[in-house]
Design a binder for this molecule. Structure first.
Ligand code: SAM
Length: 256
């Protein structure tokens, strides 16, 4: 990842410079003093730029900016527009492993509705920006703040995480991989597209998830994706949406 650099906002302080330098060391990336250089000028020589602002972290690549925000999630909570994800799991408090954290929209919803959430993200930069947002972002809704602070995150490939996790360790395992088809309606995730991992070998993931899950595996995928039928997931059909949820009940009696 040497072609990604870290810098600060143009208006900087010694503290921000030190933070950027420290983060560059941790992520093994180069720190560049910003001076008055524009992001556009920086992007002429490198693939991507992480910028540390006083209250925000952003990643720039091509024409996109990725930063932590709550837009869609806060709206869903405000409108009680509960996705099937919440309904499939039910009201009782469950331990959930979200194997594809991304911007953590689904993790926040799950945590908001009282579940214990552990979220895994493979990409270092996505993990950095989302986990920093979960710790520091301030929403006017105090319950959302509590929900964000409760989530535990790890920067791992979830297959490695699953492999080192004991049998039946989580009630629910959730997968929302990058879709196999373009989803223009999901521009909420636009910024992460250049970084996000698109490779998702379901066979291996579902086998491990079956071992680690106590109650259900849940997936979200494009409605044209054959993953639901291929792995016998019960699909929740939703009219006028391009992505569907599906779940697989774990039968503990036949499992071992
Ligand atoms: C569609 S996004 C998830 C969006 C998320 N549900 C939300 O509400 O913001 C998929 C994410 O999974 C990550 N990912 C893909 N393969 C992964 C893997 N093997 N392990 C962990 N994360 C992975 C991608 O980098 C991307 O950030």
């Amino acid at each position: 990842m040497k072609d990604i650099i870290i810098t600060t906002s143009v208006k900087t302080t010694l503290e921000l410079n030190n933070q950027a330098q420290k983060l560059a060391n941790e992520l093994n990336l180069n720190y560049i003093k910003r001076n008055k250089t524009t992001i556009k000028q920086l992007l002429e020589t490198v693939r991507g730029v992480i910028v540390i602002y006083k209250n925000k972290l952003s990643y720039f690549e091509n024409d996109s900016e990725f930063f932590f925000h709550l837009d869609t999630t806060a709206l869903k909570i405000k409108n009680s527009d509960n996705e099937p994800l919440i309904e499939i799991i039910g009201k009782e408090k469950q331990s959930v492993l979200d194997c594809t954290m991304g911007l953590a929209g689904d993790s926040i919803l799950l945590s908001y509705y009282g579940h214990n959430v552990t979220s895994i993200e493979k990409n270092k930069i996505i993990h950095l920006i989302t986990s920093t947002g979960l710790k520091n972002y301030i929403s006017p809704n105090e319950e959302i703040n509590k929900a964000m602070r409760k989530i535990t995150t790890h920067n791992y490939d979830c297959i490695d995480y699953l492999k080192r996790t004991p049998d039946n360790a989580f009630d629910i395992i959730y997968f929302d991989p990058m879709f196999s088809h373009d989803i223009t309606e999901s521009n909420n995730l636009d910024g992460i597209t250049p970084l996000a991992d698109n490779h998702f070998p379901y066979d291996e993931f579902i086998k491990e998830a079956y071992r680690v899950a106590r109650d259900k595996i849940i997936i979200k995928a494009h409605f044209k994706d054959n993953v639901f039928e291929k792995y016998n997931f019960i699909r929740i059909i939703r009219k006028n949406t391009k992505f569907h949820f599906g779940f697989l009940n774990i039968n503990q009696k036949t499992k071992n």
